[in-house]
Unconditional design. Structure first.
Length: 250
């Protein structure tokens, strides 16, 4: 474990890249204007990639349905509007299949929050999105977790970890990968993971680094059945109370 890791009890040397990225994330969140973006989530069903079924290719997915919505970010919070399931108005889409949220701020805040006591290790210089970046492993233990999973029962916040990519120039996050660890047996899921990709988008003439694509996957305990959500965010624009919001090409 790298000596510069932060968040682990007994280690006092803070990694300057992580500290600057933490401050950049806080400052960026405060500087964001109100905006609206179109969200398209394709929900798929397949088999877990570590388990092979005769005659099936591991990771083969079939489309179940498509959920579209407008994400309205106002005063630091985001809500879904104009939700449609396969082109028809819908409510409670999280009850009709696998669902995830937190792509805009809560995931990033949770990882960098000092309350999460995240441990960052194994810094590597890499290239992502044609930009020089730093890649870290990170881990958050169960007592400090704020990532909640639900499979029909009481939500549970597992330990989790993964990798995070930080842009060397802006010290903003370019990509996050995360997977749950030690999921308790009473949950119907035994494998949960997600990834968020960020890209520079223009809002009101200013460039911002915001989510462009996200994927999440969960697998049912004791089976090869898995569900995956592939989500794209397109058409960022400034939002005000009189903004006209429509989904689609009209």
């Amino acid at each position: 474990m790298a000596a510069a890791a932060i968040g682990l009890e007994g280690q006092t040397e803070a990694d300057p890249v992580i500290e600057q990225a933490r401050q950049a994330a806080i400052a960026f969140t405060r500087s964001l204007p109100d905006y609206v973006v179109k969200r398209k989530t394709t929900r798929l069903q397949g088999i877990r990639q570590t388990a092979f079924t005769p005659g099936e290719a591991a990771g083969k997915w079939r489309e179940v349905d498509v959920v579209t919505a407008d994400v309205v970010a106002e005063n630091g919070t985001d809500v879904l509007m104009n939700i449609q399931l396969n082109g028809k108005p819908a409510k409670d889409v999280e009850k009709s299949g696998a669902w995830s949220d937190g792509e805009f701020s809560s995931t990033l805040k949770a990882i960098f929050s000092r309350e999460s006591a995240a441990v960052f290790t194994k810094q590597h210089a890499v290239t992502l999105l044609n930009r020089p970046a730093y890649r870290y492993d990170y881990a958050i233990d169960q007592p400090h977790s704020s990532w909640y999973l639900s499979s029909g029962g009481e939500p549970y916040a597992p330990a989790y970890g993964g990798q995070i990519w930080i842009d060397q120039e802006s010290l903003r996050v370019l990509r996050i990968e995360m997977s749950a660890r030690d999921v308790p047996a009473y949950l119907e899921l035994d494998s949960v993971s997600s990834a968020i990709e960020y890209a520079f988008v223009k809002i009101g003439g200013t460039d911002y680094l915001l989510p462009s694509h996200a994927e999440s996957m969960e697998c049912q305990r004791g089976t090869t059945v898995c569900f995956k959500n592939a989500t794209d965010f397109r058409g960022y624009r400034k939002y005000s109370a009189d903004t006209n919001i429509t989904f689609g090409d009209k």
